[in-house]
Write a protein that binds this ligand. Structure first.
Ligand code: DAT
Length: 176
C-alpha cells in the first residue's frame, strides 16, 4: 500500500497543447508543495525508450521502465504527473485525475505555433474532438476521481489552478 507521506498524487492528462505543462508547473512546489513530474522529460533524461515510431517520428516510451523509475517517488505521494496518455500507469498511483480540454480552434492555433503540421496536427485535433483522453481516463480510473477541466482561456487556467490548489488543501486537512 502507498503511504502518501508527502501528499496526494494528481494526474494531469489531455491532448498535447491543452495546458498540462503550464498548469503543472504553476501548481508545482511554490504554490502547493507538490513535486511536478513531466513524464516526457523523465523519459528523455533517463532514455526510457523502446524503439522508434516511424510514422510519428518520435521514440516510443518504455512504459514499464517509466513505472519502475517513478514507483518509489509516487508511492511516497505529493506529485503532480503530466502525460498525454494515462492507461498504462498503475491505477493505485493517483488520488485524482484531471483531463484538460480545449476548444478545437484554440488548440489548432496552439499546436500550429508549436510547429505541428500535417498528420501530426490533424491527429491531435481529432484526439481532442473524439475526447480520446477523457474516455481513456474514465476507462482506466474510477469515474468519480476523473474530472474534466476546460483549458481554452487564461481565466480558465487560473480557475483550474485555484480549484486544484483548494482540493490539495482539503486533501491535506483530511489526511493529517
Ligand atoms: P501541454 O503540456 O498540454 O502540451 P502546454 O502547457 O505546453 O500544453 O500549453 C500549450 C500552449 O498553450 C502554451 O503556450 C500555453 C498555452 N495555454 C495552455 N493552456 C492555456 C489556457 N488555459 N489559456 C491560455 N493559454 C493556454
Amino acid at each position: 500500500m502507498s503511504s502518501r507521506t508527502h501528499g496526494p498524487n494528481i494526474l494531469l492528462t489531455g491532448t498535447p497543447g491543452t495546458g498540462k505543462t503550464t498548469l503543472g508547473t504553476e501548481l508545482g512546489p511554490q504554490r502547493t508543495g507538490l513535486n511536478y513530474i513531466n513524464i516526457g522529460d523523465v523519459a528523455k533524461e533517463e532514455e526510457l525508450y523502446d524503439g522508434y515510431d516511424a510514422e510519428y517520428h518520435c521514440p516510443v516510451l518504455d512504459e514499464d521502465r517509466v513505472i519502475d523509475e517513478l514507483e518509489e517517488a509516487i508511492s511516497n505521494g505529493g506529485n503532480v504527473v503530466d502525460y498525454h496518455s494515462c492507461e498504462f500507469f498503475p491505477e493505485r498511483w493517483f488520488d485524482i485525475v484531471f483531463v484538460l480540454r480545449t476548444d478545437n480552434s484554440v488548440l489548432y492555433k496552439r499546436l500550429e505555433e508549436r510547429g505541428y503540421t500535417g498528420k501530426k496536427l490533424s491527429d491531435n485535433i481529432e484526439c481532442e474532438i473524439f475526447q480520446t483522453l477523457l474516455d481513456e481516463a474514465r476507462e482506466s480510473y474510477k469515474p468519480e476521481i476523473v474530472h474534466e477541466l476546460q483549458s481554452s482561456t487564461p481565466d480558465q487556467m487560473e480557475e483550474n489552478l485555484e480549484n486544484i490548489a483548494n482540493w490539495i488543501d482539503q486533501w491535506k486537512a483530511s489526511h493529517p
